[in-house]
Design a protein around this ligand. Structure first.
Ligand code: ZN
Ligand code: ZN
Ligand code: ZN
Length: 167
């Protein structure tokens, strides 16, 4: 079998990375953001962000609800959705339409339109740095159209799943 060329738009999620540092940095960034913006960092908000961050796996709202209950939170769907909306508004999470699930943002604190690579086999999701995606949303204005929100989702196979399929 021919070896796959290295992923051009490699993101840190499909790559091996120091997840402990990644987790701690994101957690710290979130805490700092809440202090700076004078937002309440409730245990619930902190917990949901922690779940999303845990192994970069997209989670559905009901999965999150189950995890909250397992952690001793008496949560209802509206509460879970409110927390998710908060995380999205603050730029720390995104919704992946194709999977109807949520992920932690890989470069929080900046306003951006996320671009995702979704593995159709294992549902792993990587967020590409906007600058690396090569997609210039401002260019769309030349089509007499102003982009307000863009959700770009690439479907494919991650490196580990490509290896499995090739054998
Ligand atoms: Zn990580
Ligand atoms: Zn993002
Ligand atoms: Zn995969």
């Amino acid at each position: 079998m021919k070896k796959e060329p290295p992923q051009k738009y490699a993101s840190k999620i499909f790559k091996k990375h120091n997840h402990n540092a990644c987790f701690n940095d994101s957690m710290k960034a979130f805490q700092k953001h809440c202090v700076q913006k004078n937002l309440k960092l409730t245990p619930l908000r902190s917990k949901v962000f922690e779940f999303l961050l845990r192994d970069h796996q997209p989670l559905g709202a009901y999965q999150i609800l189950d995890m909250l209950r397992d952690s001793g939170f008496a949560s209802t769907p509206p509460i879970a959705y409110r927390v998710l909306d908060f995380l999205i508004e603050q730029g720390f999470a995104h919704k992946i339409k194709r999977l109807n699930a949520f992920v932690a943002c890989s470069h929080p604190g900046s306003t951006h339109s996320p671009t995702f690579m979704i593995c159709r086999k294992c549902d792993k999701v990587a967020e590409i740095d906007e600058k690396d995606s090569g997609i210039d949303l401002k260019k769309a204005t030349s089509f007499d159209f102003k982009v307000e929100e863009a959700v770009i989702e690439f479907i494919g196979l991650c490196t580990s799943c490509v290896t499995v399929e090739a054998t």
